[in-house]
Each structure stands twice: as structure tokens, then as C-alpha cells.
Write a protein that binds this ligand. Structure first.
Ligand code: TAP
Length: 451
């Protein structure tokens, strides 16, 4: 069997290997999931809820182990990794409430009774990227299982370990065999097969816009359902009337968290020109104080990038650009990169327009509210963003005008598991989390009973 080396990005060293499944093994996993579907959808709602709660409890007992795996495999800081493992538990607990509440409607009609049912789809294929292996997996499998689907999940080749462990924990919690399977392997083999195999009725994909588009095109052949979470180039808009100290103190984490490998990263900073110099002078010490260090240290705020190839790609955005200031990063082994702030000279600068997916922040001044909205929307993306102001009217106006799926006023939060998350424009299609995600794993069936 083919295997893949798993590398610690903080050292560059291989520390284990995992199987990389071929087409035949992928087909076998999908066939097993297909066979397991009728029995899983027939599990009484209360029993399915109990199984998901037990899965959450087992995850809870292994939070430390899962977090340590993610530190080693993805270079996440231990603080973030603990949050991520806890998020899987919370999302499972949240959707464990769903099987008993997934009710349809009774619609008044002439001549009989009309009722709707939220039917599960069948086998759901989930394709996970390397940047947030645990939460993104959980946002897919928890609502999919709760709605009565079976799941095959492909982790990214770079970061398969926590997904494999979650598959084991599901069995330990008592989920029936083949209801939730982890299928490690290449995107071009395993992921692509999820798209083409007729038994897979929905594909949830998170990753690059380019691959997302190819998945959407491939899924069209079978009118397969898709949820896509793609790239972002989110704006952080700071108005002159904002609490500048608070906005500057929180700006570094809003883009450098997870080394900027975050589709919600606020990588475009828009500052009103009347406070531009003052804001940059507040931002500089906050960036320089951002702690980039061995990710298992409790004090680490940022770890390494995921791979040497990715570090090379990030570096191309900084070379030849106007660097305002930068923080520190360890030298030596591992894929380290310092938090870096670049001055954009126009909205055409490459680092302003493209998703860098690294610890690189681009800054541009704006004149007034209309200018801020125009610049914020001048992108093919529309995933997340923030705005800072003390003016409630402006907060509401700008929130409605910015074309983005999630927006935060005077904070940088993007994700709460009970509220919808997803992109506008080319940042994606469909919503994860909250009640919206649950329904996206079902089809509505309408039944009429004649009197
Ligand atoms: P992608 O290539 O999009 O990989 C994401 C996932 O899709 C991985 O599991 C990958 O498998 C799989 N995949 C790749 N090609 C596929 C195909 N043809 N059919 C089905 N599945 C396929 O992303 P990447 O190479 O890891 O990163 C490239 C860029 O994408 C990043 O620099 C960043 O800009 C963006 N990105 C965005 C996000 C989010 S959250 N929106 C996450 C990660 C990356 P493998 O295991 O073979 O890679």
C-alpha cells in the first residue's frame, strides 16, 4: 500500500506515515457507506442523538491528545489546537440536538393532508484542507450524520492525523461501522472520486477557489449537491471615530492567527486617512510583540507555515513590496515566516488583491464611508471582515453594504457554531454551521395524502 510521510512543520522532520488510499479502496469505502445508509437513517432520532452526544463526550475525553497531534502535524499553537478540539466536541453536541427537532411542515391544501419531510441525502463526501483540519471536518460530519447521512471524509494529505483519530473515536463512542469513515489519500484520487462516484450525493469542499470550481463543474454531471468554502481577502475597516487602541491591538491576531492560513484572515487593512499615521504607529508595536515561536509553548501566538513550498509562495508577495514593518520569527529548521505589514500603493497591488494565505497584511488608506465600501467590495471574494466605528448608523450602513458572508463590528470573530458561516461571490456556496448547515444535508420531500 502507498503511504504518505507526515511532517512536523516546526522542524521539517518526518515523524510518521499514513496510508494513502487508491481508487479501489476509495470505491470500497464509498460502497460500505452506501450499504450502511439505510440502517443509519432508520436509527430512531433519540438514539441517533444519544450516539452523537456520546461521540462528543469521547472527543471531550481526548481533547489534550487531539490538540497535541495538531500542534505536531499542522504547527498550530497549543492554545488554538485546544480550542479546535473543543470546537469539534461543541459542534457534535450542538447537532446532537437536531435529530429530534428535524421536523417538516403540515401545509393546508384542498382534498387531503400535505406534509413535508427533511430526507437525508445518502453518502456525503467531505474534503478537508490542511489549515483547520479538526473544525472543518466537524462542521461537515456533525450535521451530515445528525441529518441521517453516512460520511466519507478525506483529510488533506499534509494533515491527516486528527481526522484519523476522530474516526477511531467515533467507533469507540458506538457509531455503527461504516457510518463515518476516514479515507486518507490524494485529492486527485480520493477527493476526485467523491465527485464522480454516483453513490456520493453531496460533496462538502473547503480549500482553494480553483479546486472548488473544478468540483462544482464535476458535480454538475450528476446534479450532485455541493457546499463550497473557498478563499477570502477580507477587509478590516477602521474609521476615524473608532476605538483606535482596541482596533490596533486586535488587528495582528485577525490576520496572523494560524500564521495567516485562514480563509477569514483580515488581510486587507483599510484605515481612514485622517488617522492613518496614528493607526500605523499603534499597530507597529502590536505586530512586533506578536509571539512567533515553537507552537507547543503556552505563550506562542503563531507557529510555522504548513510547508516549505507554501513558505516560498508567501515570500513572493513580500519580495519587491513596500514593507512597513515586520515582527520576528525563529530561524533554522521549520517553515517559519515573520508577521509582515506591507503598504499597498493602489488596489491593483498583487498582495492587496490575491489571497496570500500567510502572515502578510496589506494596508491602504481610504477617504470616507463610500470609499471604504468601494474598496472593501473591490474583490472577487466575500467571506468575512470587520469594521471599527463608534457610530451605530454607520456600522449598520456599512454592514449591509459590504458583500461578505460574515461581518463583525468592533471585533474580529467570524465563527460561532450556532450561526451560519460561508461566503458570498467566489468565496463559496452554501452555509456551514447553525441551522442552515443541517438543512443543506437534506432534501425536502412533499407528501400528499388524499382524503
Ligand atoms: P486545495 O488544493 O484546494 O486542497 C484542499 C483539499 O482538496 C485537500 O484535501 C486536497 O487534497 C483536495 N483536493 C485537491 N485537488 C482536488 C481535486 N481535484 N478533487 C478533489 N479534491 C481535491 O488547497 P491547497 O493546495 O491545500 O492550498 C492552496 C491554496 O488554497 C492556499 O494557498 C490557499 O490560498 C487556499 N486554501 C484555502 C482554504 C480555505 S479554508 N478556504 C484552505 C486551504 C487552502 P490533497 O490532500 O491532495 O492536498
Amino acid at each position: 500500500m502507498t503511504t504518505t510521510d507526515v511532517i512536523n512543520p516546526a522542524t521539517g522532520a518526518v515523524f510518521t506515515t499514513v496510508p494513502s488510499l487508491d481508487l479501489a479502496a476509495t470505491d470500497a469505502a464509498i460502497d460500505r457507506a452506501h450499504k450502511a445508509f439505510p440502517a443509519w437513517r432508520a436509527v430512531a432520532p433519540g438514539d441517533r442523538a444519544r450516539l452523537l452526544r456520546r461521540f462528543a463526550a469521547v472527543v471531550d475525553q481526548h481533547l489534550g491528545e487531539l490538540a497535541e497531534l495538531e500542534v505536531r502535524n499542522a504547527g498550530h499553537t497549543i492554545g488554538n489546537a485546544r480550542w479546535e478540539a473543543g470546537n469539534v466536541r461543541d459542534v457534535l453536541d450542538y447537532y446532537a440536538g437536531a435529530p429530534e427537532r428535524l421536523s417538516g411542515r403540515q401545509i393546508p391544501v384542498a382534498g387531503g393532508l400535505d406534509v413535508t419531510f427533511h430526507e437525508p441525502l445518502g453518502v456525503v463526501g467531505i474534503i478537508v484542507p490542511w489549515n483547520f483540519p479538526m473544525p472543518i471536518a466537524g462542521w461537515g460530519f456533525a450535521p451530515a450524520l445528525a441529518a441521517g447521512n453516512t460520511v466519507v471524509l478525506k483529510p488533506a494529505e499534509l494533515t491527516p492525523l486528527t481526522a484519523i483519530r476522530l474516526g477511531e473515536l467515533a467507533l469507540e463512542a458506538g457509531l455503527p461501522d461504516d457510518v463515518f469513515q476516514i479515507v486518507p489519500g490524494k485529492g486527485s484520487i480520493v477527493g476526485q472520486r467523491f465527485v464522480t462516484h454516483p453513490a456520493v450525493r453531496k460533496v462538502c469542499f473547503t480549500g482553494s477557489t480553483e479546486v472548488g470550481k473544478s468540483i462544482m463543474a464535476g458535480a454538475a454531471d450528476q446534479v450532485k449537491r455541493v457546499t463550497l468554502e473557498l478563499g477570502g481577502k477580507s477587509a478590516n475597516i477602521v474609521f476615524a471615530d473608532a476605538d483606535l487602541e482596541k482596533a490596533a491591538a486586535s488587528a495582528p491576531a485577525s490576520v496572523f492567527d494560524n500564521a495567516g492560513q485562514d480563509c477569514c484572515a483580515r488581510s486587507r487593512l483599510l484605515v481612514q486617512e485622517s488617522v492613518y499615521d496614528k493607526f500605523l504607529s499603534l499597530l507597529e508595536p502590536a505586530v512586533k510583540a506578536f509571539r512567533v515561536e515553537e507552537p507547543s509553548n503556552a505563550t506562542a501566538e503563531m507557529g510555522p507555515l504548513i510547508s516549505s513550498g507554501h513558505r516560498e509562495s508567501v515570500a513572493t508577495y513580500v519580495e519587491g513590496s513596500d514593507v512597513a514593518f515586520a515582527g520576528q520569527a525563529p530561524s533554522g529548521d521549520g517553515w517559519w515566516f515573520p508577521p509582515t505589514v506591507l503598504l499597498a500603493h493602489s488596489a491593483d497591488d498583487r498582495h492587496w488583491r490575491e489571497e496570500v494565505f500567510g502572515p502578510v497584511l496589506s494596508v491602504l488608506p481610504f477617504k470616507d464611508e463610500a470609499d471604504a465600501v468601494r474598496l472593501a467590495n473591490d474583490t472577487e471574494y466575500g467571506l468575512s471582515g470587520s469594521l471599527w466605528t463608534r457610530d451605530l448608523g454607520r456600522a449598520l450602513r456599512v454592514s449591509r453594504a459590504v458583500e461578505t458572508g460574515a461581518l463583525s463590528v468592533n471585533s474580529h470573530s467570524s465563527v460561532r457554531y450556532w450561526t451560519p458561516f460561508g461566503g458570498m461571490k467566489q468565496s463559496g456556496l452554501g452555509r456551514e454551521l447553525g441551522p442552515d448547515a443541517l438543512l443543506s444535508f437534506t432534501d425536502v420531500k412533499n407528501v400528499f395524502l388524499a382524503m
